[in-house]
Design a binder for this molecule. Structure first.
Ligand code: HDE
Length: 703
């Protein structure tokens, strides 16, 4: 069962002093016991791993030092090419639990039996940045799931945004070239705020819907745990009778949706470039297992024909109000990897990995992906045998006659390595028309040509629908994001061209962006193949703020404390947080910790410089008289308070923190999102406030 409590003891005694600790932190410990002898790769015991073999005390190293040569040789070749996109990722193991049989719509084995659990591996990622880039880049997040089903591996290689930039895979290299660092200068890294990206987007009207999504807070999630996932394309499901239904896949986080604000993201990239991966690692190690429910939008040909847009066009969604989501199971991530390289780096996803009962549609993006994902593994993993790696191998029995190649260690046994053969049972596997994967026998005809269907032509209507479905706060964030990104674009004509597209989306949005960029005059609206449909219904499900959680569970409170802090308040707050399923981390002027009012020692999780308020969902500042004045003199403590305030976080404070809050410039503006904590009951009341996650009313006043 998920449990957010650390396995660290609540309080421990050291000497005759009581010690109080936060709930966060690294819990992993290496095993003790007998230490095995170090060997070479050949298993030869090594006597000395400190000194290479030399001729004389100060002489040259000898080439016969096999251990040294093997060690350096292997080290020299440790790197493999990173993924051409989605290079920076973080993986975890878990399982999928089927809620009910879906035999009415699919014969896929994984969906036949209620309560059945299937092992899976997930890799979350950013798209544009290199492997070493920062987690909080404004970027789409990859959400790739490999289900190890009893009838083969099924890879659902999705994103955290349900639409995509382009309609035809042939444009993917152009899109990615434009998004990544510019080829002459090699920067900027992991950001779309540059000329090439917006040049391409502004010349590619089909990307405008996606442009609205990526300028929303969806691209700066609070962590992987708080974002949705989408299969994006329309897929097919086929039941045992051969009946086909269309389906779109959705992952809904049980933790609720949550994002950070842009200024916070910018600073987080410096404060903790590993913010998202650390969050996931800590949550799983603490037993607070993240969960998502799998939902299906199932529809038929008739709906597809009547729908305003083409269901094969991956730049469009089908609003949940039009096709409700059927929740069919849940995914629980309950195990971190043992080794990052072996698992997260070497995992190879492939959209073509489908199982009987699930099938493709003719979405031209999906069709192109089916080629790319197989092909790319050869560059990256270096051999056609990447499926022999444990993370990629199916967990069900498999039998085929594919053999040899670099690094083969699973060649078929026996004499037969071809089919058909006449060697009877020992001649190996045979095809099985009944069990085997059958492509849906869709009738197809048409003239060969490089087509783009007329039904893909509307590029603005859903962008407008998305924008209008946001709360005022979120609309403001979208406009600000456009202004920020386009302010980094040096070519004025590109900035204007983007505004000319926004005029087809929403006049107010275009006006805000034009004002933010200080355009001298408003450009003409871009030519549109079709006029925008102005009255598409808004969809509340598209907002993050409207789909947040109703608790502070899984979140983290940062408590800045000083010597002499009121111990009753601290313990009350800690227990209120823990009963909510949230964590508390202590931040102090020195990493050793502080001595509370009754002599209890509070161990710090962070020294103030390393524990800015950015790292926490809400903060409290609890000081003694003297401590409050000391904090006021510390610039990082002033930033702690000022940032928490401007990022609209809930702030709890003791009266003694007033000097700090004054120096941080927020004392005079304290609002209903700030609560003075004086009695122990206040701890609980503060936790209840925090359930709203952010005090958005403040943002308007901040201007
Ligand atoms: Fe990918 N994409 N993609 N993509 N994609 C890759 O495959 C590609 C697209 C997505 O954690 C690559 O193994 C093309 C849409 C994820 O390992 C590559 C097109 C969606 C991941 C590739 C798309 C995605 C990738 C690079 C246009 C959301 C990371 C490394 C048709 C539905 C998987 C690799 C992981 C990775 C190609 C568009 C999601 C080059 C040609 C749409 C989550 O094959």
């Amino acid at each position: 069962m998920a449990n957010s409590k650390s396995s660290r003891p609540e309080t421990v005694s050291i000497g005759d002093q009581k010690v109080l600790r936060g709930t966060g932190g690294e819990l992993h410990q290496t095993a003790g016991g007998d230490i095995p002898t170090l060997t070479t790769q050949q298993g030869t015991p090594v006597a000395d791993d400190q000194n290479s073999l030399k001729a004389g005390q100060r002489g040259p190293t000898l080439i016969e030092d096999q251990h040294f040569r093997e060690k350096i040789f292997h080290f020299d070749h440790e790197r493999i090419p990173e993924r051409v996109v989605h290079a920076r990722g973080f993986g975890a193991h878990g399982y999928f639990e089927t809620y009910e049989s879906l035999s009415d719509i699919t014969r896929a084995d994984i969906f036949q039996r209620a309560g059945e659990k299937t092992e899976l591996f997930v890799r979350f990622s950013t798209v544009a940045g290199n492997k070493g880039s920062a987690d909080l880049a404004r970027d789409v997040r990859g959400f790739a799931v490999k289900f190890y089903t009893k009838e083969g591996n099924w890879d659902l290689v999705g994103n955290n945004i349900p639409v995509f930039f382009i309609q035809d895979a042939i444009k993917f290299p152009d899109l990615i070239h434009a998004a990544k660092q510019e080829p002459d200068r090699g920067f900027p890294q992991a950001q779309t705020a540059h000329d090439n990206f917006w040049d391409f987007i502004s010349l590619t009207p089909e990307s405008i819907n996606m442009a609205l999504w990526i300028m929303s807070d969806r691209t700066i999630p609070r962590s992987f745990r708080f974002m949705e996932g989408f299969g994006v394309h329309t897929f097919r499901m086929v039941n045992a009778e051969g009946k086909s239904s269309f389906v779109k896949f959705h992952w809904k986080p049980k933790q609720g949706l949550q994002s950070v604000v842009w200024n916070e993201a910018l600073k987080l990239n410096g404060a903790d470039p590993d913010f998202h991966r650390r969050d996931m690692w800590d949550a799983i190690k603490m037993g607070d297992y993240p969960e998502w429910e799998l939902g299906l939008q199932v529809f038929d040909e008739k709906f597809a024909e009547e729908f305003e847009f083409d269901v094969l066009d991956a730049t469009k969604i089908i609003p949940e109000e039009q096709v409700p989501i059927r929740i069919v199971g849940r995914m629980v991530l309950d195990r971190c990897v043992d080794n990052f390289f072996a698992e997260t780096e070497q995992v190879a996803f492939q959209t073509g990995n489908l199982v009987p009962g699930i099938d493709f549609t003719n979405d031209p993006l999906l069709q192109g992906r089916n080629f790319s994902y197989l092909d790319t593994q050869l560059s990256r993993l270096g051999s056609t045998n990447f499926n022999h790696l444990p993370i990629n191998a199916p967990r069900c029995p498999f039998h085929h006659f594919q053999q040899d190649g670099h690094m083969a260690f699973q060649n078929p046994k026996g004499r037969a390595n071809y089919e058909p053969n006449s060697w009877g049972k020992d001649g190996g596997p045979r095809e099985n028309p009944e069990k085997g994967f059958q492509s849906y026998p869709e009738e197809l005809e048409g003239a060969k040509g490089r087509h783009r269907s007329e039904t893909f032509a509307d590029h603005y209507s859903q962008a407008r629908q998305f924008y209008l479905s946001q709360t005022k706060v979120e609309q403001g964030h979208i406009a600000d994001a456009f202004v920020f990104e386009l302010s980094k674009v040096q070519t004025a004509a590109i900035r204007e061209r983007m505004v000319s597209h926004l005029l087809n989306v929403d006049q107010d949005l275009a006006a805000k962006v034009a004002k933010g960029l200080r355009l001298k005059s408003m450009p003409e609206p871009a030519d549109a193949a079709r006029p925008t449909i102005m009255d598409l219904k808004v969809s509340e499900k598209l907002s993050i703020v409207l789909n947040g959680p109703d608790s502070f569970k899984g979140r983290k409170l940062g408590a800045l404390v000083t010597d002499g802090v009121d111990i009753d308040l601290v313990t009350a707050l800690k227990s209120a947080m823990e009963s909510e399923g949230a964590q508390i981390a202590f931040i102090a002027p020195q990493v050793g910790g502080v001595e509370a009012s009754d002599g209890t020692w509070i161990e710090a999780d962070e020294k103030i410089d390393g524990g800015p308020s950015l790292l926490y969902d809400a903060v409290v500042i609890l000081a003694s008289e003297e401590g409050g004045s000391e904090l006021a003199k510390m610039p990082p403590a002033r930033d702690f308070a000022a940032d928490a305030f401007s990022h609209c976080k809930f702030i709890g404070y003791s009266q003694q923190a007033q000097p700090l809050l004054e120096k941080a410039g927020v004392w005079a503006d304290l609002d209903a999102g700030c609560k003075q904590l004086s009695q122990t009951d206040d701890g609980k009341a503060f936790v209840e406030m925090c359930r709203d996650l952010r005090f958005w009313e403040r943002e308007e006043k901040l201007g």
